[in-house]
Design a protein around this ligand. Structure first.
Ligand SMILES: N[C@@H](CCC(=O)N[C@@H](CS)C(=O)NCC(=O)O)C(=O)O
Length: 171
């Protein structure tokens, strides 16, 4: 019998929600465990040593095996549960494009989405008297630039980025 999958996450986190949604869509059984990243629980040495030295969520624990990074979690589960191949790509070109958009997202759209973090969460975590206007400005610029690319080129006349069905890159 295989171990229950434990999914350590925080619901306000976009990468956590992405892998979470992938598990739900594919009927993968798991137990969700909230890690309150607004406290220092994920910064503590015991957490870093046991789960993830970066202190970040999401994290998947499968028996003795621990994996972090949301896309890596999804691709691991995709293999393990033999999910339909539209999620990870049917052929080398589709697989390549899914990885292409995931890499692109990590350095642009995701950082742009950080504008949301700096507007809503950073004051809660670091204090309402702090000035995050420079981070917000930078995030917004990246966000608008990334969304513009998506609308102008990649989603201009199609519903999905990589093929005619959902892939993990869509999240
Ligand atoms: N590239 C990572 C990003 C993970 C990430 O940024 N996690 C944030 C929440 S959105 C986190 O755990 N932050 C807590 C911290 O850094 O202390 C992934 O896709 O899993």
């Amino acid at each position: 019998m295989s171990a229950t999958l434990r999914y350590l996450h925080h619901p306000a986190s976009q990468p956590c929600r992405a892998a979470h949604q992938f598990m739900l869509e594919n009927d993968i059984p798991f137990e969700a465990e909230l890690v309150d990243i607004t406290t220092d629980i994920n910064e503590r040495p015991e957490f870093r040593e046991k789960y993830n030295p970066t202190g970040q969520v999401p994290i998947l624990v499968d028996g003795d095996f621990v994996i972090w990074e949301s896309a890596a979690i999804a691709f691991y589960l995709n293999e393990k549960f033999q999910c339909p191949d539209h999620w990870s790509g049917r052929d080398p070109q589709q697989k390549g494009h899914i990885q292409q958009f995931l890499q692109w997202y990590a350095y642009t759209l995701r950082l742009g989405g950080g504008a949301f973090h700096w507007t809503i969460f950073a004051p809660m975590i670091y204090g309402y008297d702090k000035d995050f206007s420079a981070e917000i400005k930078k995030g917004r610029y990246l966000l608008y630039e990334s969304l513009d690319l998506l609308e102008t080129y990649w989603l201009k006349d199609r519903e999905y980025l990589c093929g005619d069905e959902m892939s993990y890159a869509e999240y």
